[in-house]
Write a protein that binds this ligand. Structure first.
Ligand SMILES: [Zn+2]
Length: 288
């Protein structure tokens, strides 16, 4: 899949750090012909230069189908994360209410949330995902968060593996905050690839773990906390939050081992140690 995009060599443009606005970086690696850099001032990791937004749209036409061909397979792939996230939301916001899943994919988290009593709805940029989810009776729209005009309307907003795909995550988080009711909860899930890439670099092990240009940035617990604060959120907290179960055996085993280790270390450290390199769940609040 990546080969198709790199041979097209889409037009790129340089960008500044989305977190601090500066352009002082150190080179980390080059993957799929895109450079990944780290801001020397705030530590944010991002792709620079990056493809123009017009080129980006084409990348996503077959995105989900290219990752996992059968949409139904996304449910077991994400189920542990969805269950833990739904449990967490119930603890943080027991009264429930309206929930918006941004980048809802095939709608399996909305299904879980609906089952638990939320009025769930979703948005996504993929026609394929939107029609699949609609056919299953879910309320879903082909839209960006910026297209939603209902301010102070949602009790909870979820974004599973979305933020790292966005060209301006800080601006999107500010929009998301406007959509939430005062006291509403945001739940995010993002990968954290940088520590693994840095570990593999001296060994000269080639990898495409950053997955550019699909992923345009990579969050650490520290940079996600800083960005949420800058976007106006309070009470942000990051945890391991489960792991994925890929369909193929070897990646599934790797995921199970790393998640189990990460969860164990997190518990043993009394929720202080967040193992680098594994995806994490972050929650934050909009002040009442
Ligand atoms: Zn920065």
């Amino acid at each position: 899949m990546a080969a198709k995009q790199t041979t097209n060599s889409p037009a790129t443009f340089p960008t500044v750090c989305n977190l601090c606005g500066k352009a002082d970086t150190s080179f980390i690696t080059k993957q799929n012909s895109f450079k990944v850099v780290q801001c020397n001032l705030c530590g944010f990791v991002y792709v620079n230069p990056r493809p123009k937004p017009t080129a980006m749209k084409d990348f996503y036409i077959d995105y989900h189908r290219n990752r996992i061909g059968d949409p139904h397979m996304w449910k077991p792939y994400m189920q542990k994360i969805f269950t833990k996230s739904a449990n967490l939301l119930e603890r943080l916001y027991p009264q429930k209410g309206r929930l918006l899943d941004i980048g809802c994919g095939y709608g399996f988290f909305m299904e879980e949330a609906t089952k638990r009593g939320w009025q769930a709805e979703g948005i996504d940029l993929s026609d394929d995902c939107v029609s699949f989810t609609k056919e299953r009776g879910q309320k879903v729209t082909l839209a960006l968060p910026e297209d939603i005009k209902e301010k102070n309307s949602f009790d909870a907003i979820t974004m599973f593996y979305v933020l790292e795909h966005l060209p301006d995550p800080l601006s999107t988080l500010r929009t998301v905050k406007k959509l939430l009711k005062p006291g509403g909860v945001l739940l995010l899930r993002v990968p954290h690839t940088t520590p693994i890439v840095k570990l593999l670099k001296p060994m000269k092990i080639k990898n495409k773990l950053f997955d550019p240009p699909f992923h345009l940035c990579d969050f650490s617990p520290n940079t996600i906390a800083k960005m949420l604060k800058k976007a106006g959120f309070t009470h942000s907290r990051t945890m391991i939050g489960g792991g994925t179960a890929p369909p193929r055996f070897a990646p599934r085993l790797t995921s199970a081992l790393s998640t189990t280790t990460a969860e164990l270390l997190y518990r043993l450290s009394r929720k202080r140690y967040l193992m680098p390199g594994v995806s994490k769940t972050t929650v934050a609040k909009k002040a009442s």
